[in-house]
Design a protein. Structure first.
Length: 159
């Protein structure tokens, strides 16, 4: 794998400009919300029909898909890699550990636009939907992330 000159803001801008239905999830989404967590990679949930468009947005950053769009659809996920790593989920819906089915189209309809700079915004799930995505696996760090998101959500609803 060959590394590239990865500029996070420019990557987010390229994704937004591609008109790809792409939601930043995982800990990088928490970072975008201002929460104090660390992460080394990126996680996206994209619409199953937008794989080629998402990959095209990643091309200028020398990010290479690990699977073809057809194989990614079959598997429900793939990655884009060089010296950066972007996990990409492409399932129409995903169950949480307690069996609640979370549908991409529903999450997309409630998305938040978070401005990271004057000309760059990133699409994130709503706080409640981001909590649901953390329940897809519910590892120890996901449980801690849920706790932080619940605190953030409660502060957003205070008068």
């Amino acid at each position: 794998m060959q590394g590239g000159d990865f500029d996070e803001l420019q990557f987010f801008k390229a994704v937004a400009m591609s008109n790809c239905r792409a939601l930043l999830i995982g800990r990088r989404a928490l970072v975008a919300l201002g929460l104090p967590v660390l992460t080394a990679d990126y996680d996206y949930w994209i619409h199953i029909d937008d794989i080629a468009r998402f990959n095209e947005a990643a091309l200028p950053f020398s990010l290479t898909p690990t699977h073809s769009p057809q194989e990614a659809r079959r598997r429900g996920r793939y990655a884009l890699e060089n010296d950066e790593h972007i996990d990409v989920m492409v399932a129409r819906s995903v169950p949480t550990v307690d069996g609640v089915v979370v549908a991409f189209d529903d999450v997309w309809s409630r998305r938040l636009g978070v401005s990271l700079s004057p000309d760059v915004a990133v699409a994130l799930p709503s706080h409640a939907d981001l909590i649901s995505t953390k329940r897809f696996v519910a590892r120890a760090k996901d449980i801690e992330d849920i706790r932080l998101l619940e605190i953030l959500a409660s502060k957003d609803h205070q008068p």
